[in-house]
Design a protein around this ligand. Structure first.
Ligand code: ATP
Ligand code: MG
Length: 581
């Protein structure tokens, strides 16, 4: 490809709305342009990268025996009604209607569509297991689209769905997908950690997210270096340390605490630790209102609460609603709870120990409050606290380490939620109708692309892993006059005819400008044929990732080709070794 015939709108300046490296560099390198909030145009160079990632995903999925389909993006509301998700998916699902007042969503995910599609094709246990997938556009009306294509409103996803007669078969495919995912991300140059995850609105039992550790990650991962337990903090159980007991006064009495509402203030004022207090958090969904009581130093993990109570949404109760229910915000204790509120007591609270709690009136707390003795109302005891760095590992009790992570893929065991709703059954070996069990497996293709840039950039720009680089080689020539231009073309033809992917910067620009562009875009190998070549027969071979240039005498195209091929092979080899280390 010749740069002079390409559209290559590189930019010197960072876009004003880009706060992360990948977003800045994708725009500056001319890979994408913004259309509007959460929507991006892909330009030719960017599209080549996206297609290469898609291709790696496709090859590895096909290698597991999964079958590729393509389904309509518009999905009829009846499909969603049948699974019960039309009302559950909320505002994140784009909904439209046609001229006949038929309703549709722009598919955010395709469990329903694939269920409808495969149901009539699966008749006997002999047809199983199957794993079907597509690589296609998804739509999600994200509350906060951000970080460019990392969280956009329209994006490419590989989504796969597997169907099985029993759990053993599901487990086998789940593990195959797990292995395939690691390979896919490894080939893209990403080191991923599978972490246990919350199954959310999708329903189902087991799920793991594939995370790339990055400071810009929106997820918090809790990792145990001792036993290898890894989980998303949305899901991590909170383990109460065996020797952690409240140390506050045990004599029960009311203590005036004027203007002390926040836990830290109350604790300091009363000379106790935040761990010796109990705090209240009021939440509600459309139907129920709850007062959740947690140990004072802990925060509520909304996901664990939603998951435990099977709530699909959750919001904080405004102070005015608390006041209307006769409660005094800042001073709510477990014994003050009134209808319509129900009580959840987090498992971090020791029921036979004394705590400092709100007294239910302005400016007062109670010390020595013992839930087993003093809490008369019925309550649910659930683990709903947010586990933090340093808390014990749920598996081996050693302290957990926290990291930020970007989720690039997700695998789920869905169980029979959809197969029941769509009555997907086959005849088993005994000739009896059996409802299938199901798994689903997603990879964000554009997010993967951006995540690679987050991991592979320096002050000059991007350095692409060779496997997904827009072109493997950039050829920069600085030729003056017809004779030199003919020679430059010979270099291009020689490399191209050898089958290399070459991007030839033949533009009528100075070397500095061309070098800057090639380093910004991040071609892994650059060959320069310029002044040195025409004066003393030397060319340069530059390794973008190492930022290392080698000047070599040109001794014919065979030699050049073998040098380039050696470097190319090295880069592929390094890629696999790095991710394995
Ligand atoms: P997140 O928690 O980041 O919103 P999710 O749990 O909603 O992700 P899934 O429903 O599991 O994501 O979708 C599968 C994959 O699709 C994700 O692992 C991610 O790589 C990608 N993905 C999800 N939402 C977006 C988005 N808004 N923009 C780009 N990629 C996305
Ligand atoms: Mg999401």
């Amino acid at each position: 490809m010749r740069a002079s015939k390409y559209i290559l709108p590189t930019e010197k300046e960072n876009p004003a709305d880009a706060v992360v490296a990948s977003h800045r560099l994708m725009i500056r390198a001319g890979l994408i342009r913004k259309s509007s909030s959460g929507l991006y145009f892909f330009l030719p160079l960017g599209l080549r990268i996206l297609k290469k990632i898609e291709n790696i995903v496709r090859v590895e999925m096909d290698a597991t025996g999964a079958l590729e389909f393509e389904l309509p993006i518009l999905t009829p509301s009846e499909f969603w009604e049948q699974s019960g998700r039309w009302s559950v998916m909320g505002k994140e699902m784009f909904r439209i209607s046609d001229r006949h007042e038929q309703h549709y969503s722009l598919g955010p995910t395709h469990e329903e569509s694939f269920s409808v599609l495969v149901k009539p094709m699966l008749k006997s246990y002999k047809d199983l297991p199957v794993n079907v997938y597509q690589i296609h556009t998804k739509f999600r009306d994200e509350i906060r689209p951000r970080f460019g294509v990392i969280r956009s409103r329209e994006f490419i996803m590989k989504d796969a769905y597997s169907f099985h007669l029993d759990d053993e078969s599901l487990e086998q495919t789940y593990q195959e997908m797990r292995t395939a995912y690691r390979k896919i991300f490894q080939r893209c140059g990403l080191k991923t950690i599978p972490v246990q995850a919350d199954s959310g609105a999708m329903g189902g039992s087991a799920s793991e997210e594939f995370m790339v550790v990055s400071p810009i990650g929106e997820e918090t991962l809790l990792l145990c270096s001792s036993c290898g337990y890894n989980s998303n903090s949305e899901k991590t159980p909170f383990i109460l340390q065996n020797d952690s007991f409240p140390k506050g006064p045990s004599e029960k009495k009311e203590v005036p605490t004027p203007n002390k509402k926040a836990i830290d203030e109350v604790a300091e004022f009363m000379g106790v630790r935040p761990e010796d207090t109990i705090k209240a958090v009021a939440v509600k969904n459309g139907k129920e209102s709850l007062l959740v009581f947690l140990r004072g130093d802990l925060d509520l993990n909304e996901n664990k609460l939603k998951s435990a109570l099977k709530w699909t949404d959750l919001e904080m109760v405004p102070e005015s609603d608390l006041q209307a229910a006769g409660l005094v915000p800042g001073y709510i204790g477990p014994s003050d709870v009134k209808s319509p509120f129900q009580i959840v007591l987090d498992t971090s609270i020791r029921k036979d120990s004394p705590y400092v709690v709100g007294a239910g009136k302005d400016g007062a707390h109670i010390q020595g409050y013992m839930p087993s003795r003093d809490l008369k109302m019925e309550f649910k005891s659930i683990d709903v606290a947010l586990t933090r760095e340093g808390d014990p590992c749920p598996n081996c009790n050693k302290p957990l380490k926290a990291e930020k992570g970007i989720e690039v893929g997700h695998i789920f065991k869905l169980g029979d939620k959809y197969t029941k709703a769509f009555q997907i059954q086959v005849l088993d070996r005994q000739g009896k109708a059996k409802t299938l069990t199901m798994g689903c497996y997603g990879i964000g293709v554009n997010r993967t692309m951006a995540t690679v840039i987050e991991q592979c950039n320096d002050d000059k720009g991007i350095y692409w892993p060779i496997s997904i680089a827009p072109f493997e080689i950039s050829l920069v020539t600085i030729a003056k006059g017809e004779e030199q231009e003919t020679k430059a073309l010979e270099f291009y033809d020689a490399l191209k005819n050898e089958g290399f992917e070459v991007f030839w910067d033949d533009r009528d620009l100075g070397p500095g400008f061309k070098f800057k562009d090639s380093e910004l875009i991040g071609f892994p190998i650059r060959i320069t044929v310029g002044k040195k070549f025409f004066e003393s027969g030397e060319i340069s071979i530059y390794n973008r990732k190492k930022d290392k240039e080698e000047i070599v005498p040109f001794s014919g195209f065979d030699d050049l080709i073998s040098r380039v091929e050696t470097l190319r092979q090295e880069l592929f080899q390094e890629l696999l070794e790095e991710q394995n280390s």
